[in-house]
Ligand binder design. Structure first.
Ligand code: F6R
Ligand code: MG
Ligand code: MG
Length: 364
């Protein structure tokens, strides 16, 4: 059976500051999704949150980029924004960049990851959601899942993964894309995806069957808005088992935290910390960046789950490692490499300070 899995998310108000989500917003989101399911538009849904981001996980039969699905999600975010405004939550409605829906939420602020798939006999999917980071945060873990035998032993010893995977990489600044066949083109690909603020992995496909294995949100909020409004806080869908990496191979990259951009004012590097959904309240220095993982089995489009995949003792060391990395980075205060390079900072006083001091610079 063909089914579409859509994850659409937005920060429409934080509680308290930018660290968590008020339960009333989730209740309102639930009630909007329940109506859409009752009307027949959705097969199923799950409403969750990652830090201050509201996440709508939805299944339906309408394909990707469907204006009815996007409009319903947009209207749901609007209803939740009304609740956020009443509670005077922080940044109420901040990711909804325009007043009216214009056919597709992609260019309007919310983050979107969608795939249409032929549901297999058993269809395990993992949905990763991050807070306090940017859309390139998945580059390193996706590389490890689908290209690195030290992470994914299936690439070596499973006959149906041995052919490798194809990567679709987006240049988010020039709005163009390129495909790479892995493993033979990994050195070329790493030249690009090793620079995640510019090049992001959009989707991955099995070379055995051509089927989609993963897709993520690549919208860059600051480029859409032309100014700093908040972080991208991206999402990523990964299919598991069979011709795809096993669930444990999909989760394994997060057992060794890596450093991503987006901490404090979108202008600092920090460790991407794997946490449970209820443990996802980025408080210290507005962070550090977080990732949660919701696992489902699909059953005729029904979302059987979630299992809170990082709510496990096996990720305790990763959390401790991430806190040690956070201490190491915080020790640098306003210095790089904790602070981002000048041209990548979201929040900066540089133009004003430079203007004020321009006359005091002397030629050497
Ligand atoms: C939000 C974030 C926070 C804010 C900071 C300032 O995703 O990363 O660190 O940038 O709390 O927020 P405002 O400008 O809303 O006062
Ligand atoms: Mg926020
Ligand atoms: Mg957020």
């Amino acid at each position: 059976m063909k089914v579409t899995l859509s994850v659409i998310k937005a920060d429409i108000g934080g509680w308290v500051g930018h660290c968590s989500m008020h339960p009333d917003l989730m209740t309102e989101g639930e009630s909007c999704m329940a109506k859409a399911k009752k009307s027949g538009l959705l097969i199923d849904y799950h409403v969750t949150r990652c830090g201050d981001d509201l996440q709508f996980i939805m299944t339906h039969k309408k394909g990707i980029d469907n204006s009815k699905i996007h409009e319903m999600a947009w209207n749901a975010f609007q209803s939740c924004t009304a609740v956020a405004k009443k509670l005077k939550l922080h940044g109420a409605g901040q990711d909804l960049l325009s007043d009216a829906f214009s056919g597709n939420v992609k260019g309007q602020g919310p983050g979107v990851a969608e795939m249409e798939l032929n549901e297999r006999e058993a269809e395990p999917v993992i949905i990763f959601m991050a807070d306090k980071t940017a859309s390139g945060a998945w580059n390193l873990p996706l590389y490890e899942m689908f290209c690195d035998p030290f992470n994914t032993i299936g690439l070596v010893i499973s006959a149906n993964m041995h052919a490798g995977f194809k990567f679709e990489v987006h240049d988010v600044k020039e709005s163009r894309r390129i495909m790479f066949n892995c493993p033979e083109e990994i050195y070329d690909m790493l030249v690009f995806i090793g620079a995640p603020s510019r090049y992001t992995v959009k989707s991955v496909y099995s070379r055995e069957t051509g089927e989609i294995a993963s897709t993520s949100s690549t919208q860059k909020l600051s480029l859409i808005a032309g100014r700093y409004v908040g972080k991208d806080d991206p999402v990523c869908i990964v299919r598991a088992q069979g011709i795809f990496p096993a669930v444990g191979e999909v989760l394994e990259p997060f057992a060794r935290p890596h450093i991503v951009e987006g901490w404090m004012r979108g202008s600092h590097n920090g460790p991407l910390t794997p946490v449970s959904v209820k443990g996802c309240n980025p408080t210290r220095f507005d962070g550090p960046p977080r990732v949660i993982a919701a696992g489902f089995q699909l059953a005729e489009g029904r979302l059987v789950g979630p299992v809170d995949m990082f709510d496990d003792v096996a990720f305790n060391n990763a959390r401790q490692m991430a806190m040690d990395m956070a201490d190491m980075l915080r020790r640098h205060g306003p210095f790089e490499p904790h602070r981002l390079p000048l041209d990548e900072m979201e929040y900066t006083t540089m133009p004003q300070v430079m203007k004020k001091l321009a006359k005091r610079f002397e030629k050497l």
